[in-house]
Ligand binder design. Structure first.
Ligand SMILES: Nc1ncnc2c1ncn2[C@@H]1O[C@H](COP(=O)(O)OP(=O)(O)OP(=O)(O)O)[C@@H](O)[C@H]1O
Length: 223
């Protein structure tokens, strides 16, 4: 009985701490609650650590990128300088809006070299890295956005199209408007981990809005 209530209480504590927005995976965000568990007593803390090791997927599924696999999932999308210069911003935003996704953050900026380098840090060994950073920091701004909704990371990649526009579906942004891999108009997070990293890199938590579009239940409900 005590074990059941303890398990229930700790699950609730883990869930609410993981629900708080964080740029870190929720497992890291949950550490303060484990610390509070220590204050509650060694037995409670020990049980919390056991729960954490037993349910890593649950604890890592909520970050600043929302909750993976639900309508609160979020993706970082950036219209690159060529998209802004070619005045395609409205058309690109319309694709996400018309599909039913929710715009929770948007800003226009010219990224610093440090920001561009960090954003593309996984490509630093690639021969095109220096040119890529120069392109993103050219002085023409980018439009940085966070979109929210069911499966938005995977579906956002489909809206964007293949990295090389020559391979992109004709109905995708890159397939309709781009021809060169070096000027492919737009970026979208490719996984929940990268969405977590990128949203945290480009936005402060207070820049992300929490609201419900009027058609939200009509778009996101399953039945
Ligand atoms: N061979 C290449 N030559 C020039 N630029 C390239 C090349 N390959 C990739 N890039 C640039 O680097 C970006 C990042 O490449 P990556 O392999 O991560 O593809 P992606 O995930 O589709 O792109 P993005 O991260 O911009 O959404 C590409 O969008 C493109 O702008």
């Amino acid at each position: 009985m005590f074990a059941n209530s303890l398990r229930q209480g700790l699950r609730t504590a883990s869930r609410s701490s993981a629900r708080a927005f964080s740029t870190l995976p929720a497992r890291a965000a949950a550490r303060p609650s484990l610390g509070a568990g220590v204050a509650m007593g060694a037995a409670v803390a020990g049980y919390a650590m056991y729960e954490a090791s037993r349910s890593p997927l649950l604890l890592e599924s909520k970050t600043i990128a929302g909750e993976k696999g639900t309508a609160s999932e979020r993706s970082f999308v950036m219209i690159k300088p060529d998209g802004v210069s070619r005045q395609l911003v409205g058309k690109i935003i319309s694709r996400f809006e018309e599909r039913g996704y929710k715009l929770v953050a948007v800003k226009s900026l010219t990224p610093s070299e440090a920001l561009a380098k960090e954003h593309y840090s996984d490509l630093s060994a690639r021969p095109f890295y220096a040119g890529l950073v120069k392109y993103i920091t050219s002085g023409t701004p980018v439009v940085a956005m966070v979109w929210e909704g069911k499966d938005v990371i995977k579906q956002g990649r489909r809206i964007v199209g293949a990295t090389n526009p020559q391979d992109a579906d004709p109905g995708s942004v890159r397939g309709q408007y781009a021809v060169s891999v070096g000027r492919n108009l737009i970026h979208a997070s490719d996984a929940f981990d990268s969405a977590t990293k990128e949203i945290g890199l480009w936005f402060a938590p207070e820049e992300l809005s929490d609201y419900e579009p009027i058609a939200w239940p009509w778009v996101m409900a399953d039945n």
